[in-house]
Design a protein. Structure first.
Length: 273
């Protein structure tokens, strides 16, 4: 049984949890987590707590991070698992100049914020929609703030299916992405697409039947299930809690407002039957 609720939206009250604060301090010691309350460190902390809770930080398991970039959690994991494979389109795509530089392929040590077991980190250029690994290759698969960037809903579903395919039976997956905490009807796809048609494209220029313009990469809770969970073939270990506290709305680094809508990070924890 899990010790806390992991399948949830990022919430200000989570930063009252001493265990989460300790995890964040361990990964980002140069920052006081209460002075820098933000959803990115929440994402790392919640993943770290879950992996510890299910007992996979034992120096033996094989883990995969999809859309891994150069995030410091890779180096943290290299000190705690048997192998961590970082897969991303390094040197290609919209993040090639920052989070997914080609230099990760040749010199990952240059990106490390602290010493790590270099022999336990493998970096590979790979498309998330077609992972070049045999079925059931990994005990743990992670994707943190990445799956929303993998393309259309169909392409995201393909990436989710790949995560499920390469995970071993009994293994664990953690998927962190963006989810609406509040979605105004005027920000829904049909309304945006209608506005584009009625104004000859002057409004909602980027809205199509497949795209919500600026909010295209944010999921509703229902879309998380239909576009990610169901295609993956995995089982959610906990139902997703989608409510956030009033205090969360006062923290702009936790909750992003777009028009009348707002979104934040959501964590889903899953296993393979």
């Amino acid at each position: 049984m899990l010790s806390r609720q992991y399948a949830k939206l990022c919430d200000r009250r989570d930063f009252d949890d001493p265990a989460l604060l300790d995890a964040i301090r361990e990964l980002v010691p140069e920052r006081d987590p209460l002075a820098h309350i933000e959803r990115k460190v929440w994402e790392f902390g919640i993943v770290m707590l879950f992996l510890a809770d299910v007992g996979v930080l034992n120096g033996r398991v094989r883990a995969l991070s999809v859309g891994a970039g150069n995030e410091r959690i890779l180096f943290w994991l290299a000190n705690r698992v048997g192998e961590i494979v970082a897969a991303d389109t390094y040197g290609e795509g919209e993040f090639s100049g920052a989070e997914a530089e080609a230099s990760m392929l040749t010199d990952p040590r240059a990106h490390a914020p602290f010493p790590y077991r270099e022999e336990r980190l493998t970096v590979a250029r790979m498309d998330a929609r077609e992972l070049r690994f045999p079925d059931a290759s990994f005990d743990v698969v992670l994707t943190i703030s990445a799956i929303e960037h993998f393309g259309t809903r169909r392409e995201i579903a393909a990436a989710a299916a790949e995560i499920g395919r390469v995970l071993k039976p009994g293994g664990y997956a953690v998927i962190v992405t963006d989810c609406f905490a509040a979605l105004s009807p005027v920000d829904t796809l049909p309304i945006w697409f209608l506005a584009r048609l009625l104004t000859g494209g002057r409004r909602s220029r980027l809205a199509t039947l497949r795209r919500r313009s600026a909010l295209a990469q944010v999921f509703t809770a229902a879309e998380l299930r239909s576009a990610i969970v169901e295609p993956s073939g995995l089982r959610m270990l906990q139902p997703l809690e989608t409510g956030v506290s009033v205090e969360t709305y006062d923290k702009e680094r936790l909750l992003i407002r777009r028009g009348r809508s707002a979104f934040t990070s959501a964590c889903m924890v899953l296993s393979k039957p």
